[in-house]
Design a protein around this ligand. Structure first.
Ligand code: NAI
Ligand code: MG
Length: 534
């Protein structure tokens, strides 16, 4: 339900009216194509929300960090400070873990009936809906994503996630096992304990939901570290969870940086499990910290370079729109972005012309303004990284069809960019750019595109655009990826498992599969008759 809305909303309602005003933008790399700067970029709209929560949430209380330090969270539209947020470090993580430990070992959460736990999560979903627009505004302000995307898709999906997992809370049960011998054997599915969760900035609140909802539904307690670029929505959501009746210490939120707060959590001896979403490089560090400390179990959702394959029989107009959505959605800042657009040679020229025209029609502007499809990138690091990749592409000989430079003079806006004549070994075709840069590659036949699509260290997702069921089935089975989207993309209902093959990660989140990350199995063996030795 919510998933269909992602595609339809973004593909229909965000593509029509032109919101651009006249005027040239400044050049950073080099720019071609017909763009003008939306006036809203130069005079940002004031968000209609206040920042009320900036401290750390530990044991049900908002507190300053032990060091007293704070860090600024910035508005990507301008680079200006929104608020100063308490900066958690090892000492704060220790306190948060102690609170979570106590809430698990002694506290009410794992001991509450599963029905009571589910009711807290259901009440939270209601509260999220009640505060939908406020929380969406906070998300847009901190992250730069279009408000309509946050308010109509992402925040409603958060409620959907919590209801999905709330429904499981009282349906988690083990098996009766037909073991050999005179024994009755049953399995108990128990919570793991204290879960450490480290989330990224591209979907701050959705990542909160992906992580927190299954952990709590299964009876775990949590210490969550939000991304340093986007700490605000997790703090807000945590207060709503408390209002819904979550006992103190069950969810603790520590804002702060990766190498300090994040690494302390991943290496903590009293954390039983760590779940992480972010870059592959940081994922490797997390796995190492877990191994070197207490061998806590690890789930990782990492990077990608997902192929989007347009077959020779595809309806080109529809394929262009879907491929555009697959790459440009959320400013191109998606782990599963369809960032290698493989197009069959028969339709390549037509596709390229239309893909370029579509990118030039993309509405870039203040994310608070209605109808805007693309806001700023998250921060100056990402902005610079993307422009650097555009430069690599040009220098490697790919053809810059359109875009390639910043939009406006403020903030971190980048023009929707399209490259053609891209070769597999170019950096823009093999490394994660995480920005609004579409790379279009030509192919001749199915076996060739399977080989090329699989020739990546990543294996997160793939898009397949075809009307031929044989082609769809062949590609589905041949592609070494965790999700295949046929004639659609980014369908993210709570029930659909998500995760990576190869270096895109370990484990699956969402759906029924997501529960196993937060449960462990205990085998209980009882003799059928009192044994002779008793
Ligand atoms: P990152 O992977 O470093 O950051 C993600 C989270 O990990 C943040 O909460 C961060 O504070 C934390 N972290 C960083 N270093 C850590 C450490 N040593 N120990 C524990 N936690 C740590 O990603 P970053 O720097 O924000 O972005 C770099 C690139 O990563 C992006 O350009 C993009 O390619 C990729 N990325 C992928 C995401 C995904 O959804 N798979 C999300 C964000 C970034
Ligand atoms: Mg921010």
């Amino acid at each position: 339900m919510a998933t269909r809305r992602v595609g339809s909303l973004l593909n229909r309602s965000f593509t029509s009216a032109s919101m651009f005003s006249k005027g040239r933008s400044s050049s950073v790399v080099r720019g071609i194509g017909k763009y003008s700067t939306d006036a809203s970029i130069e005079s940002p709209i004031s968000p209609s929300v206040k920042v009320n929560y900036t401290q750390l949430l530990i044991n049900g209380q908002f507190v300053d960090s032990a060091s007293g330090k704070t860090f600024p969270t910035l508005d990507p539209r301008t680079g200006e400070v929104i608020a100063h947020v308490a900066e958690g470090d090892a000492e704060d993580v220790n306190r948060a873990v102690s609170a979570a430990r106590k809430a698990f070992d002694e506290g009410p959460w794992p001991k509450m009936t599963a029905y009571e736990r589910s009711r807290v999560l259901f009440r939270f979903a209601d509260l999220i809906e009640k505060h939908n627009d406020e929380i969406a505004a906070l998300e847009t302000w901190d992250n730069g994503k279009p408000f309509e995307q946050a308010a109509k898709i992402e925040v409603p999906m958060v409620a959907r996630f919590f209801r999905y997992y709330a429904g499981f809370a009282d349906k988690i049960h083990g098996l009766t096992v037909p073991a050999d011998g005179e024994y009755h054997v049953q399995t108990l599915h128990e919570p793991i304990g204290v879960a450490g969760q480290i989330i990224p900035w591209n979907f701050p609140l959705l990542m909160f939901a992906w992580k927190v909802a299954p952990a709590l539904a299964c009876g775990n307690t949590v210490v969550l570290k939000s991304a340093e670029q986007t700490p605000l929505s997790a703090l807000y959501a945590a207060t709503l969870l408390q209002e819904a009746g979550l006992p103190p210490g069950v969810l603790n939120v520590v804002s702060g940086f990766g190498p300090t707060a994040g690494a302390s959590l991943a290496s903590h001896m009293d954390v039983d499990k760590v779940a992480f979403t972010g870059s592959t490089d940081t994922g490797k560090k997390i796995l190492e910290l877990a191994a070197k400390s207490n061998l806590k179990t690890v789930t990782l959702e990492l990077g990608g370079k997902s192929p989007f394959i347009v077959c020779e029989d595809a309806d080109v107009d529809k394929a262009v729109e879907m491929a555009h959505f697959a790459l440009f959605f959320n400013q191109g800042q998606c782990c599963c972005a369809g960032s290698r657009t493989f197009v069959h040679e028969k339709v390549y020229d037509e596709f390229l012309e239309k893909a370029k025209a579509r990118a030039e029609r993309r509405l870039v502007g203040d994310p608070f303004k209605g109808g805007i499809e693309q806001g700023p990138q998250i921060d100056s690091d990402q902005f610079e990284k993307i422009l650097k990749y555009i430069d690599y592409g040009v220098k490697a000989g790919a053809k810059l069809e359109t875009g390639g430079e910043r939009v406006g003079t403020k903030g971190f806006y980048i023009k929707p960019t399209v490259f053609s004549d891209v070769q597999d070994d170019m950096r823009i075709a093999s490394e994660e750019i995480f920005g609004p840069v579409q790379t279009i590659l030509k192919y001749k036949d199915l076996n060739e595109v399977i080989r090329r699509a699989n020739n990546s260290r990543y294996g997160l997702a793939a898009g397949v655009f075809t009307q031929n069921i044989d082609t769809a089935n062949t590609l589905t089975r041949a592609l070494r990826v965790g999700s295949v989207f046929i004639n659609c993309f980014d369908v993210f209902d709570a029930s659909i498992p998500f995760g990576g093959y190869k270096m895109s990660g370990i484990g699956r989140e969402k759906g029924i599969y997501g529960l196993s990350n937060y449960l462990q199995v205990k085998a209980v063996v009882t003799p059928l008759k009192n044994p002779a030795w008793l």
